[in-house]
Design a protein around this ligand. Structure first.
Ligand code: F3S
Length: 421
């Protein structure tokens, strides 16, 4: 029996035939009819189903994808089998596609304590993605290593922190995709045009008046946690933030995407769309932030003995590695200090001698993975300190960790002293 997606009204439209109200071009219809490959047909069917759910009128061409759902910890054997089958049915990406972090450092996994069995499965998954033509960048900050969408460019990204960064800081256009819908877009080169691809959905429905000083990355994380909880999947417009580095914005967006489902935000005078025009809706709700206590309290548990200090959620930039080195200043760590970054940034740091300086302290810089998607709960850790609101939000529920959340300086010092306080 033909799936319902293929029940279509044939009209001599200029662009091709109509599928319900969602109009496909001739090329898209051919993919849907299986003229390209079984995989492209499946991918179009999934995207059309998505488009119909959200009332999209057509597909829009995209120029890049970021695919999440890469860790064997999340996917398990069923995920490996699904992707293998998909790949064997002719799945090949048409546009640049990058991967989110995997469950381990693909080179130094033994040093992390990862088992042979896990590593074998993770490597198998990476090979499947590579066979489809996906670049195994294994980072949640593709925008720091060359996958940088242009202003107003349509893309299909599925890592929530990267989606937030792309929409808000770069002014690109993406919905919060799933790993599979982003992969389908990579194979077809299109995504249904709805949500944040359309101007009318990009206005802010919350005005967030920030009346407190934001000094550290963890302050931006705490603010993000509070606002995400309040606005859920709304679009906040921040007023009162005087300065924010790209790293600060990375932390803010990641925390809002975790505690809520924020995929787009504006900072008055700072983010590109908010600089061009007033992005506030006619009807908006106002939120006033007097202090960050709610965020710091919610993200901290009462624990002082720390097993692991984990930095780099989202993946650390080169500038953050420099900051870490400055705080360490040649001191030795007593507690394990893991810093997560992309392979490319790690290689640059190594070339410049920065990696060696950091690792002399006993800290380790790992690439391709992160503290949440690696199986740290099976590596003997029970307590983690981090400066990331997103990691502090997910580590308890996702990895069973007790968490301390604070500034980068406080985290690094706790690794040096072996205690949080
Ligand atoms: Fe990236 Fe992992 Fe955090 S994917 S945003 S480092 S939870």
């Amino acid at each position: 029996m033909r799936p319902y997606l293929l029940i279509k009204t044939e009209l001599n439209s200029r662009k091709g035939r109509l599928v319900s109200e969602l109009e496909l071009t001739k090329k898209e219809q051919e993919m849907m009819d299986g003229k390209e490959s079984v995989a492209a047909k499946k991918a179009m069917e999934i995207l059309v189903a998505l488009g119909k759910i959200f009332n999209a009128k057509r597909m829009v061409n995209i120029n890049s994808t970021q695919i999440s759902g890469v860790s064997y910890k999340n996917l398990g054997d069923a995920g490996v089998e699904f992707l293998k089958e998909f790949s064997e049915s002719g799945a090949k990406v048409k546009i640049p596609a990058t991967l989110n972090p995997s469950g381990m450092d693909l080179k130094s996994w033994r040093e992390m304590g990862i088992s042979e069995k896990f590593a074998k499965k993770q490597n198998e998954l990476i090979k499947i993605f590579e066979k489809m033509g996906v670049t195994a960048s294994c980072t949640c900050t593709p925008y720091l290593i060359g996958n940088v969408p242009k202003f107003q460019e349509h893309i299909s990204w599925s890592e929530s922190s990267a989606v937030s960064y792309a929409n808000s800081v770069l002014g690109a256009r993406t919905n919060r995709e799933s790993g599979i819908s982003a992969l389908c877009s990579a194979i077809t080169g299109v995504t249904p045009e709805y949500g944040y691809h359309l101007d009318e959905n990009r206005t802010a429905n919350f005005l967030v008046n920030v009346k407190t000083k934001l000094e550290k990355d963890s302050d931006f994380s705490a603010l993000g946690y509070i606002v995400g909880k309040k606005v859920k999947n709304g679009v906040p417009y921040f007023r009162g933030i005087k300065n924010a580095s790209l790293e600060n914005l990375k932390f803010l967006g990641a925390a809002m995407a975790a505690s809520g489902a924020v995929a787009l935000y504006y900072v008055e005078g700072i983010t590109p769309e908010a600089k061009k025009k007033n992005m506030l809706d006619e009807n908006f709700e106002e939120i006033v932030i007097e202090n960050l206590d709610e965020g710091y309290n919610a993200l901290n548990s009462e624990v002082n003995e720390i097993d692991l200090v984990a930095i780099g959620c989202p993946h650390a930039s080169f500038e953050e590695l420099e900051q870490i080195e400055k705080i360490l200043k040649g001191k030795k760590v007593k507690t394990k200090l893991w810093i997560m970054t992309s392979r490319k940034i790690k290689e640059i740091a190594e070339k410049k001698g920065l990696l060696q300086k950091i690792e002399t302290s006993g800290a380790r810089v790992f690439a391709d993975t992160c503290m949440v998607v690696s199986p740290i709960e099976g590596l003997g850790f029970k307590t983690v300190a981090t400066n990331s609101g997103k990691a502090a939000f997910y580590l308890p529920s996702y990895c069973g960790m007790k968490v301390r959340f604070g500034s980068l300086e406080k985290c690094i010092n706790s690794a040096v002293t072996g205690k949080w306080n």
